[in-house]
Design a protein around this ligand. Structure first.
Ligand SMILES: Nc1nc2c(c(=O)[nH]1)N[C@H]1C(S)=C(S)[C@@H](COP(=O)(O)O)O[C@H]1N2
Ligand SMILES: [Mo]
Length: 353
């Protein structure tokens, strides 16, 4: 059996640490934006910031897959080393093994569940975001322990010319995986990204997350928008909304699954709409959908987004009346925000106290 190669392993370890580090930080941020703790503040500008965050999250995860496989390949002979006899070294050896086991299992869990999620496949019973978030902490903790144990070995490792070709092919594979998928979010890479999920345009040139049929949406003939605030309420028909001053903004849908696409959205700026009925314009706002159950039934716009003049109750997309799949009769589109919060088929707007 080939001798362990500490240099190749530590070099791969460094690349993996960078990939996992980026993935972890961007993941935490995305989680905080979707489930904001009281102390958390997220601005509505720059418009594309969340898109960049989520692209980094998903692509660093993709790059980590070949790196993790290569790393396991270089270190697996060590698994067959004989455990030491003396008590002290044996305990140390066992602790290292347990830390490695937790690390490998949690890292694989994160990468595999992440990949299934971007494919919108959930062949398991747990709730993906909660499990993916919890195990991220486990993985990062195990990486910390692993680095603390291995740093002295990595420091003393000498470059090994025989392993250079192996390292290079691991690097090239990771880069190829990146290019093959980056088209989900980088428009100029779309034509060279055969593995980009969701690259193809949907109705009106924009991919669809869930269609109106999949969400069982039928828009009633007497559809109207309810607006409520402390001390008042108003009802608006679609004709009233069209009669208000319209604004067009170029904004991305940036799905948490990493795909994103820019589009021209036209509609009523939310703060103008609130101003028109005499509701407060400097408060957080909850937006509710005709879709009553589940994750997408409503979303809250924090103050910066509720006040931003680019936040629209959109009626049109790329110059056409919103298609049913994109949220007809109207949907929220706000800058610097995860796609999952851009509620479609809006029926109720509540100004929160
Ligand atoms: N009511 C409702 N709103 C929704 C969704 C949904 O399924 N139902 N999907 C969300 C998700 S996850 C994304 S990424 C965007 C996608 O918008 P699009 O389908 O118009 O591209 O809509 C969001 N708004
Ligand atoms: Mo999404």
């Amino acid at each position: 059996m080939r001798a362990p190669a500490p240099h190749a392993a530590s070099r791969l370890g460094l690349w993996l640490a960078v990939a996992f580090g980026v993935c972890f930080v961007t993941g935490l941020l995305s989680h905080a934006i979707q489930h904001p703790p009281a102390w958390f503040w997220w601005p509505s500008r720059p418009v594309q910031l969340y898109r960049v965050n989520q692209g980094l999250h998903v692509l660093s995860g993709v790059a980590a897959v070949p790196l993790l496989l290569a790393k396991l390949w270089t270190v697996y002979p060590r698994l067959f080393l004989r455990p030491p006899r003396a008590f002290g070294p044996l305990v140390r050896h066992a602790a290292e093994r347990v830390a490695t086991l937790v690390l490998v299992c949690s890292a694989f869990f994160e990468l595999v569940t992440g990949l299934f999620n971007v494919a919108q496949s959930y062949p398991w019973r747990f709730f993906f975001p909660a499990a993916h978030y919890a195990v991220a902490w486990l993985a990062v903790g195990a990486i910390g322990v692993h680095v603390a144990i291995k740093l002295p070995v990595a420091r003393s490792a000498r470059p090994d010319p025989e392993r250079r070709a192996f390292l290079r092919s691991a690097g090239v594979t990771a880069a190829a995986a990146l290019v093959a998928t980056a088209g989900v979010t980088v428009p100029w890479l779309r034509s060279v990204s055969p593995l980009a999920w969701r690259a193809g345009p949907g109705p009106q040139g924009v991919p669809v997350n869930r269609t109106a049929a999949a969400a069982h949406i039928t828009v009633p003939d007497d559809w109207h928008l309810d607006v409520r605030w402390a001390g008042g309420s108003a009802t608006m028909s679609l004709a009233t909304l069209h009669a208000l001053r319209q604004r067009t903004a170029r904004l991305p849908i940036a799905c948490v699954e990493g795909w994103s696409a820019d589009a021209d959205w036209t509609g009523v700026p939310l703060r103008d709409l609130l101003g028109a009925v005499g509701a407060p314009t400097d408060r957080p706002v909850r937006v509710s959908s005709l879709e009553k159950a589940g994750l997408y039934a409503s979303s809250v716009l924090p103050r910066p987004h509720a006040r931003d003049p680019l936040t629209l109750l959109a009626l049109r997309l790329n110059g056409e009346t919103l298609s049913p799949d994109h949220g007809f009769p109207c949907r929220i589109i706000a800058p610097n925000r995860p796609g999952v919060l851009q509620t479609k088929w809006v029926t109720l707007i509540e100004v929160l106290p």
